[in-house]
Write a protein that binds this ligand. Sequence first.
Ligand code: UFG
Length: 364
Amino acid sequence: MRILVCGGAGFIGSHTCTVLAERGHELVIADSFVNSSPRVEGRLEAILGHAPACHRVDLLDRGAVAALFACERFDAVIHFAALKAVGESCERPLDYFDNNIAGTIHLLQAMRAAGVGRLVFSSSATVYGDPDTVPVCEDAALRVSNPYGRSKLVMEQLIGDLCTYDPGFQAVNLRYFNPVGAHPSGLIGEDPGGIPGNLMPYICQVAVGRRERLEVFGGDWPTVDGTGVRDYIHVMDLARAHADALDFLFRERRSATVNLGTGRGTSVLQLVRAFGRASGREIPHRIVARRAGDVAEVYADPSLARSLLGWQAELDIDAMCRDAWRWQSMNPDGYGDEPAAGTAAHATASRRVPDQVSEAIAGG
Ligand code: UFG
């Protein structure tokens, strides 16, 4: 099938591209490169043996999105393109609503106009907030606690309404728990800009010497060792689930919402120790106060993904740490000295866009 991957240059998007290509799908990446590196394209070429088609498109540009669908034919869309930093979303809520929600509306409009009715949507366990019980099932109460989470929930709801009222439209919402790790080649991985807000990239940067020590947010949580417990999931397992979700959509022609996690919780200190074993490096750390908005323990009930999609996580914490460390040690500065959005990096990325398509998008 011919799949449009919106946000395909990002962390989860780029890994999903490798799995889709291995399964014989033809990929077209659309990415604004606002929060991702144009170098991903070359790295994917090195992994796949060919460069996937790549368009620089911002979903906020309704005309450009329409032009993309007018120029290319797609069987389905996977939608990763969104801003995702919880803290930043509290500082700039309207930017999150605009980028994530308005961008999604533009994408859905273009899909409908082009008669493309299959969507896999990148959602998040953030929609559960602080759950009443663990493991968390898909029918748990939805209670978001920040604008980023709100944007994910609203996007799910918009997509859900479309599925309800348009018989030609089906979607799978994938609610990720805590994606970590990297492609086994070490060529692509997670490269957060600025100070990492998430645990694994922070540990990676401590291990590689970019940061002095990890601050562990709270040692007095009601958990196995007093530190926060999460359901870390290897990004390659997650990537595989997207391909399985596409198969589900074409096989069953119905919509679904599923958790993607391992079903196992790991504490901050357990992850620090596992990373120490995988990297052979000491991870200096100290316990500090709890972070506002954090919760003690969240992990998935992943059984619905197994029964609906035939998917389950296969890679354990040691594999997650080993692959994250391979990526970080091979790329100590991530994708490196990328110019900021809107500069020469964009010109590099857009050179690969076929002329007539890029002209239509630019003029769109
Ligand atoms: N933590 C630290 N130090 C750090 C960073 C994190 O101790 O420097 C701790 C946190 O307190 C928490 C655990 O590590 O106990 C995991 O924190 P992350 O920030 O990596 O992940 P969260 O579970 O808080 O949030 C992530 C994403 C959200 C998403 C959520 C889904 O950031 O966007 O998972 O469950 F919604």
